[in-house]
Ligand binder design. Structure first.
Ligand code: SAH
Length: 377
């Protein structure tokens, strides 16, 4: 691994198209680029010397032109329930968090796409920190690379990480170009080789980018809905003022239309005590999703310092789920994992430096933070 700031081209974070173009420039065949991709992503190698099936001559030429540079691992924490959290060190004192959630039949890695977040959702601790910058594709895939390495298995034989979800810090569709490159590496056979629907992009509802995602790649989608009507959603998820529920639902319909798109969208719904967990909200939600290929994932609110909300009572969550089930809507309740190491949904904070204060409220979208908690109580 060479030092940051060297003039060499960094291979880490390049996808197949980009990697092949570089090798073509050197007069090398496409399969060479594929081989190097395999070494980096599938075998976790970041040293040209270790690439034993590559000729000495090519290794030397690569060394002269290229780097394999990735962020460093700052810390690892392991929860009593087996959940793991890694902190990766970035430039300028920034850090990002990645969480692995092992379950009986799968292992889900939750990755970050930005340092901080500008979406300003009132129940999310990442939002309270503001936005610093987008991650590069290299920084996004480095999270998967480190997780795969520390978990011991590799992407060739033992698939410890079966699913990757963009549900860590940041709004992936607000970092569209880099997210797209990262997805292509995750899904590429010479990259991490995950099947298409085992990579899930989660969005607060950036409608135009949902359409672009639909045409640019084939990946599973989760939508952070959290409220069944505009009045409430405007308060919880401020981007709703720009792309209200009707437009969001139309985009969801487009995303799943076409016979190549037999998939459900997962609608995430954080359960906030006395705010969005009334049986009437459940009935409104059922109406909104009627006839759509939808799964609802109820997420018990995870508290953080200065949070203005409380987690819904268990019986309120059960009643909410029951109403949806009665209307034939698939519903699951997310089990809270890793909360002893602050690794649960909405608790990822990393370290956000050089804040640009670019939250929606600073960009001219008026947001009534604070009023949501008192509403409906
Ligand atoms: N920006 C993207 C992805 C990151 S958030 C999005 O909005 O979808 C991942 C999920 O965790 C989202 O559904 C988010 O709304 C939810 N979440 C955020 N804060 C939470 C909290 N304090 N408790 C429970 N879930 C939370």
């Amino acid at each position: 691994m060479a030092a940051a700031g060297s003039k060499k081209v960094n291979l880490f974070g390049l996808n197949r198209v980009q990697m092949r173009a570089l090798f073509a420039d050197m007069g090398e065949a496409a399969y060479r680029a594929d081989q190097i991709m395999g070494w980096i992503y599938r075998r976790g190698v970041d040293d040209f010397e270790a690439m034993t099936n590559v000729s000495k001559d090519l290794r030397q030429r690569m060394q002269a032109r290229f780097d394999i540079f990735h962020p460093e691992l700052l810390a690892e924490q392991i929860s009593t329930d087996g959940t793991r959290k890694w902190v990766l060190k970035l430039d300028g004192g920034n850090a990002i968090e990645t969480v692995f959630i092992p379950e009986a039949n799968r292992g889900t890695l939750c990755i970050s796409s930005q340092v901080g977040c500008a979406m300003d959702c009132s129940f999310c601790s990442t939002a309270q920190q503001g936005f610093s910058r987008n991650l590069t594709a290299a920084e996004i895939v480095a999270q998967v690379w480190f997780a795969a390495k520390t978990l011991g298995g590799d992407f060739q034989n033992e698939r410890v990480i079966s699913n990757v979800v963009f549900m860590g810090m940041g709004e992936p569709l607000a970092n569209y170009a880099q997210t797209l490159v990262a997805i292509s590496i995750l899904q590429d056979d010479f990259g991490f080789g995950l099947s298409k629907r085992r990579v899930t992009v989660s969005t607060s509802g950036l409608v135009p980018f949902m359409d672009r995602l639909r045409s640019d790649c084939d990946t599973a989608l989760a939508v952070s809905l959290h409220a069944p009507n505009d009045e409430l959603r405007n308060k919880l998820v401020p981007i709703n003022r720009k792309y209200p529920i009707a437009e969001l639902m139309d985009a969801c319909r487009r995303y799943t239309s076409g016979k190549d798109r037999k998939m459900h969208i997962v609608y995430e719904y954080v359960m906030l005590d006395g705010v969005n967990d009334h049986p009437d909200h459940a009935r409104q939600l059922a109406k909104l999703l009627a006839g759509m290929p939808a799964k609802v994932n109820l997420i018990p609110f995870n508290p953080f310092p200065e949070a203005q909300y409380k987690r819904s009572k268990a019986d309120a969550i059960a009643r909410f789920a029951e109403i949806l089930k009665q209307k034939d809507i698939l519903v699951t309740t997310r089990r809270t994992r890793g909360d002893d190491i602050d690794a649960a949904c909405g608790q990822l904070v990393g370290r956000v430096q050089n804040k640009q204060k670019q939250r929606l409220r600073d960009l001219g979208v008026k947001v009534e933070i604070g009023s949501a908690a008192s509403n409906g109580r």
